[in-house]
Design a protein around this ligand. Sequence first.
Ligand SMILES: C[S@@+](CC[C@H](N)C(=O)[O-])C[C@H]1O[C@@H](n2cnc3c(N)ncnc32)[C@H](O)[C@@H]1O
Length: 297
Amino acid sequence: MNQRFARKLLREFARYFLNNGFGRDARRQFTPKLIAKTLEFEYIRWPKRLQPHVRGRDVLDLGCGMGLHGVGFVVSGVRSYTGCDPILDLDSDVVKNHANARRQQCGWTPRQMMARLPQLRYFPGSVDDLPSGQTFGVAVLHNATEHLIDIARVFAAVRDRLKAGGLLIFNHHNFYAWNGHHMAPKSVSAIDTTDAQQRRVMDWAHLRPDAELDSHLSTRVNRITLDDLRSLTERHFEIAEWHEQLSNDTEGRLRLTQEILIAYAPRTRRELETQSVYCVARKRADEAAVPARRGAD
Ligand SMILES: C[S@@+](CC[C@H](N)C(=O)[O-])C[C@H]1O[C@@H](n2cnc3c(N)ncnc32)[C@H](O)[C@@H]1O
């Protein structure tokens, strides 16, 4: 373990105790190796960013993947964490390592993590598969909104699962960004011009009408626009924060040319250059006040 990683890890151990107290349960449940793996696979950063919103609250993580963010949320002091995802396998320890984007064994299955940390609950499935009547203070979605094929229905269901004044927080990977296709190349350094599959999606070619024919594109991402996502969110929630993050050089923004802008009109420069959206929104007391905008489904 290098010194830089060791220093970061010590800070996470300190955060665990600051957020969970020094009582007998917190000491017994403290699992340094699991926190180290969570940091190594980069599942600490997102829950750390959300700490002010989630500390002491019941959190639903919709589209949680294999659930390692749950440990990060425990370090951030949640009262409970419920992760659900149709791909969840309670007995597999294979998870996407966010540090290198590879699927790797982390040494912990969701079932083992639940046994170690009683705050954690995992459900294979979606929001409708959760035990009826279970409600939450905060619902979080990390890079999952773009994969919800029936996003309008799921947002309505999430709203119903939130307590009064509950929060919806998401980070959305914009489909119209240079790498919004979710396929190779995901970064400029990964470009291989000899690869025919890459040429089909590269430099915004995934926005061509014939890209519809690609089964990967048409089944795994919903293509919601930034404005439609905002309008759908506002249908059920009051937006407190909405930050559009530009793609950086590695994420391909500098490859946008005037010709590309013309080719993909009416998509705007803003749509093609925005990598992601970070949103914090509060459940509306009276959602009937906001009529659905056309096209927001
Ligand atoms: C890019 S992954 C993000 C996983 C995790 N949040 C992370 O950041 O590592 C998107 C996840 O959304 C899940 N998903 C798609 N549709 C869903 C739905 N209707 N309900 C819950 N999860 C869904 C997929 O199975 C996938 O695991």
